[in-house]
Design a protein. Structure first.
Length: 136
């Protein structure tokens, strides 16, 4: 199984000191589920904050995010511990809709951006937009 997308996600959006272990887990068929699950429980600690564009529980409803989705009309890969979503390739807007309706963690990976939604928990759900694009 090819894991180019997982490598791209980890190398671009995960803190340098946390990449090796997460990459190993995401690219090992026997550890993938555990890696995705661990990622969703430690998202704040693992993400490269320098790539963070927006975050918040209402991310998917904000005008700025909806504009970003519209401007980035492309097919995206979904990674999730939820087997019904993991590996799906969908248009960005459809991927966001599916991710928001899922209770498990979801990573949506585009060409230069990622959207990360944590697992739904009692205290809320972390939602993050990260991008390689230059901030203006």
């Amino acid at each position: 199984m090819a894991y180019e997308a997982e490598r791209r996600f980890v190398e671009r959006f995960v803190r340098r000191d946390r990449r090796e272990r997460l990459l190993y887990e995401l690219t090992n068929q026997n550890k993938r589920y555990d890696g995705l699950s661990r990622f969703c429980h430690h998202t704040d600690e693992l993400l490269d904050k320098g790539k963070l564009i927006m975050q918040g529980e209402d991310l998917d409803r904000r005008a700025e995010f909806l504009c970003f989705v519209k401007e980035h009309d492309e097919r995206c890969l979904i990674m999730s511990p939820d087997g019904s979503l993991d590996g799906e390739v969908l248009p960005f807007n459809t991927a966001v809709e599916r991710a928001v309706s899922c209770f498990d963690a979801v990573i949506i990976l585009g060409s230069s951006f990622a959207v990360v939604l944590g697992e739904v928990v009692k205290k809320g759900r972390g939602k993050y937009l990260l991008s390689d694009e230059r901030k203006t």
